[in-house]
Structures are given as C-alpha cells and as structure tokens.
Design a protein around this ligand. Structure first.
Ligand SMILES: Nc1ncnc2c1ncn2[C@@H]1O[C@H](COP(=O)(O)OP(=O)(O)O)[C@@H](O)[C@H]1O
Ligand SMILES: [Mg+2]
Length: 332
C-alpha cells in the first residue's frame, strides 16, 4: 500500500442518484481512512466552495446546483497533490464519461472505466447494440427519441414486437428511477411520460420473467454471482435502498455449470463495452437458463453492504481489501 498517496473521492454530483452517491462516497472514504490513505472528499456540485463533510452533509437532501459548478470545481485548487480520483458519483456526469474526460484533461488517474466505456455503459440502448454485436443475450427493445402525444403507433409496435408485460425506462438513468412495468395498453402513456421526465431517450423493452442475478468484475476476474430476491416484482428503488426489502443469496444458488455460464456472460458483456477496473453486470435468468443482460454498471454502488462488496466478501475479501484492489488496478 502506498499510504503517501492522496486520493480524492468524488461524491454527490447533480444527478437524481445524488443521495446514493453520497452513501457510496461515505463508504469509500471510510475504507480509505482505514487503509491509511490521505483522503479528500470533493462534491463537484459545490464548485470551488466545498461544504464541510460532517453528518449534516450526508443527512441533508439538496438537489439544485448551478450546472457550471462542475467545471469550476475541476478548475479549482481542490485537486492539488491528488494522485488518484476514486469516483463515487452515479448517473449523469459521474458515470457517463464526462467527469472521466475532465480528469483525463487534468492528468489525474482515476479508478474504473475510461471515457468511452463509461459513456456506453450509461447509455442502455448503445450498450444493447454492443451486446448484440458481441453475442450477449439482451431483451428485445426499441427506442423512443421524443415524446409523442399519439401513442397508437407505439402500442402497435409493442403488440407486434415486444408484447406485454413490457418495461418502459429512461435510457440513461440508474437506481430504477423512472422505470415502469407495463401490463397492458392502458398503462403505456403514463409510463412513457414518466420515463421522458428523466431522459431524452426512452427504451421499450421485453419483460424477462426470471431470477435477478448480478455478476461483479474486478480487474480480469469475475466475483461469485449474487441473486437478488426483491419483495416487489422487480428490483426497484425501494427494494434497492430499504433494509429488509430484498434478500440476497451470496453466492447465488446456481449449479457450477450455471455459475460458470453467468460469469462468462458477465465478462463478455463487460468487455463488449470496453469496461476496465471494476463493474457489475445485471442479468435476468429465465427458467430455461438463459441469462439476459440488462446493463453494465461502470460505477456500481460501493457502500459496505452493496452488491459488489457482498460478492467480494463471499470469497473472503473485506471491503477495505476490495477498495485497495481497485486502487492498485487503477495505478497499474
Ligand atoms: N427487461 C426487463 N425485464 C425484467 N425486469 C427488468 C427489465 N428491465 C429492468 N428490469 C428490472 O428493473 C431493475 C432496474 O433496471 P436496469 O435496466 O438494471 O436499470 P437501472 O438499474 O440502471 O435503473 C432491474 O434490476 C430489474 O429488476
Ligand atoms: Mg440495474
């Protein structure tokens, strides 16, 4: 360990996943302090006037910041002597290649995927095009680029190509925000309207009945898959972030053959997008044992109880050891 290294933890940000990012950031800062690193938290939403990161910061919900604060923050002296950035941001400008490109321009190394892989991972439709190209199974879909008042064409297309139930979701959100399961034609309009509140592009996707499995990747290695058993029909925001709303089987109860298949599919999806460092791949596994890839998360949640740390723990690696491994990969 190089405990002279100063690590900036970027957290907060301006996306709808700001609160989730603060939890990830808090988790990572805790691990870095335990590992003996000098650590500086930076919330780019605050520009060059950073808050003090006491309890109030983690407990307060504030959601409107000037857009140009990101660039003011990057141009400030906050990054002085920083040797590595650990990006704990989620969503727009954190996970989509934007902050990565600013760090590249500043010459600061960062953990996780590069600019293009981050941008592709954040864009579900582009990810799916890459999945198809690289032979990764993914649910059928079509894309809506602008909100249309008359949905009759869309309803026809769903009935012909996708069928009910289907999923309607924003193309570039996380945490299941703005996503609906649509069981019949009467629910289409509201679902489209909701998804367009979060994105300029909306995905209409075949609903995959099945088990919810996630595969973690760290460096060249896959971690033991985890099965998520949400108390709702899908793994929605409440099931993701409310204690007791989901059960987790770590490792997932899968035959050795199915485990190997899921790990291989996970790595294939991750590589299809050119990801590096670490990430988590989300699947639905059908009763016919076909794994449909929903997405790759290039900056997965990193609180000590998040999925990736759970997977690492299951093979005997502590949260601190996982964070240390990610840092070493970024520096190498
Ligand atoms: N096509 C689908 N079929 C079944 N469930 C889905 C589908 N798409 C999304 N879901 C459910 O919604 C959750 C969130 O969807 P996902 O595409 O992973 O977006 P994000 O996690 O970025 O919000 C998934 O974990 C899954 O439970
Ligand atoms: Mg997901």
């Amino acid at each position: 360990m190089n405990n002279k290294l100063k690590i900036a933890v970027l957290l907060g940000g301006t996306s709808p996943e700001r609160e989730v990012s603060k939890s990830t950031g808090k988790g990572i800062i805790g691990a870095l302090l335990n590992l003996g690193y000098e650590t500086v938290p930076i919330d780019p939403a605050y520009g060059d006037q950073q808050p003090d990161f006491g309890d109030w910061y983690y407990n307060s919900v504030q959601d409107s910041f000037p857009d140009d604060n990101f660039i003011t923050c990057m141009n400030s002296g906050l990054f002085k002597e920083v040797g590595l950035a650990f990006i704990a941001l989620h969503g727009k400008w954190g996970e989509d290649g934007v902050i990565q490109s600013l760090l590249e321009l500043k010459g600061i190394k960062y953990a996780g995927s590069g600019v293009l892989a981050s941008a592709l991972s954040m864009d579900k439709a582009m990810s799916k095009v890459m999945f198809r190209h690289f032979d990764v199974s993914t649910p059928d879909w079509f894309v809506l680029n602008s909100y249309v008042k008359d949905n009759s064409g869309i309803i026809q297309k769903i009935e012909k190509e996708i069928k009910y139930p289907c999923i309607i979701k924003p193309n570039d959100q996380g945490s299941t925000i703005g996503l609906s399961i649509v069981d019949n034609q009467s629910e289409v309009e509201a679902a489209i309207k909701l998804a367009f509140e979060y994105s300029k592009t909306v995905l209409v996707e075949q609903f995959i009945e099945g088990r919810e499995i996630a595969v973690g990747v760290v460096g060249p290695d896959t971690l033991p898959p985890v099965e998520i058993i949400p108390s709702h029909r899908i793994y929605d925001y409440e099931c993701k972030y409310t204690a007791g709303m989901s059960r987790y089987d770590v490792p997932a109860k899968l035959s050795p053959k199915l485990t190997a298949y899921l790990k291989a599919e996970g790595l294939k999806a991750y590589n299809a997008l050119g990801c590096s460092g670490y990430g988590r791949v989300d699947f639905r596994l059908t009763s016919e044992d076909i794994a449909y890839c929903l997405e790759v998360n290039s900056l997965p949640g990193m609180t000590p109880t998040s999925l990736l740390p759970k997977m690492a723990q299951c093979q005997g690696q502590s949260f601190e050891q996982l964070v240390e491994r990610i840092i070493q990969i970024a520096l190498s």
